[in-house]
Design a protein around this ligand. Structure first.
Ligand code: ZN
Length: 155
């Protein structure tokens, strides 16, 4: 199976991965055991990647364009903490999902997070994009598979 198909399967409930999904004729569509094992292992790795992305996005290192690095550095650390303990953060396997919506919502809802300057906000958006590109490139490795040509597909 292609890594992208395995990735999709990792969004499925574990019971469906084990038992399969019933078709209209009553027969269950089921993954080969080898692919099911890859998905269970992949789920764990993708959940780790989801949180790893957040940590890499919210590194408190500001770019040269930032004029308030002390304020922005602290704000980025607080943003990370707010998102990391937020609802739905732990155990989520959809590591290709952008953190941008969550970042924007947190900055709207928490006054102390609204102090982030425009340059740092753009920096976080760029990191978010870069992280999703990295996860996509590395996708085969999460399923213990090497796919010739994936680099070309992924870029
Ligand atoms: Zn800044």
């Amino acid at each position: 199976m292609l890594p992208s198909a395995l990735y999709y399967c990792c969004m499925l409930d574990s019971r469906i991965l084990m038992r399969g999904s019933p078709r209209s004729d009553g027969i269950a569509d089921r993954l080969a055991q080898r692919d099911a094992v890859r998905c269970f292992e992949g789920k764990t790795k993708l959940a780790g990647q989801w949180m790893f992305c957040l940590s890499r996005i919210c590194r408190p290192t500001m770019g040269e364009a930032c004029r308030t690095p002390d304020v922005c550095g602290l704000t980025i650390i607080r943003l990370h903490d707010t998102l990391a303990i937020g609802e739905g953060s732990v155990g989520k396997t959809d590591a290709l999902t952008s953190w941008r919506t969550g970042m924007d919502r947190a900055m709207r809802e928490h006054r102390e997070l609204s102090y982030l300057c425009a340059a740092c906000r753009m920096m976080l958006y760029k990191r978010d994009m870069a992280e999703r590109q990295r996860v996509w490139r590395e996708l085969p490795s999460f399923f213990d598979s090497v796919l010739a040509g994936w680099e070309g597909i992924a870029s």
